[in-house]
Design a protein around this ligand. Sequence first.
Ligand code: ADP
Length: 169
Amino acid sequence: MNYECVQGDISKQKDIEAIVNAANARLQSGGGVAGAIHRQAGPELAKAGQELAPIEPGQAVITNAFNLPNDYVIHCLGPVYGRDEPADQLLADCYRNALDLTEKHKIESIAFPAISTGAFGFPFEQATDIALNSLAEHVSKLSHLKTIRFVLFSDEDYQHYQNALAKTL
Ligand code: ADP
């Protein structure tokens, strides 16, 4: 597996087949990642979301990417920290379920944001460890995926991810 880490905007990853949305249960636009993705994708993404919503914490569903430069959006509902329990397990499930969808759809590249670490309040360092460990546990079963990219919004988050990546994967 090729792991990459970049600082930037998840909705601007032109060379990636599937991008992951830090979704809300209704699969509609919102702040942060969901807002950026829905703005770029256009209103059809929210319509596609209506057909599949609501989803549960830990779940992942896939749609077209419409006006985004990607082929698919994989929508993951992360746990709201302090409300959805067990939070660690539900966050790990998001990453595992996203990987399962890449296998099902023969996807070769995926980009993840740091799910649950914005509005949903998950402590960033803990969320990073859970994400990387969950991916490490499940990638060996995959036969299509070649690249996993992490897209971090702030320089601080990017630095942290790079260090954690070097240690874990
Ligand atoms: P959640 O509701 O799952 O917490 P958010 O979208 O609020 O999701 O935030 C998740 C993480 O994504 C946060 O670390 C936030 O800083 C970051 N983020 C916000 N906007 C973007 C973007 N356009 N691209 C990549 N990461 C983003």
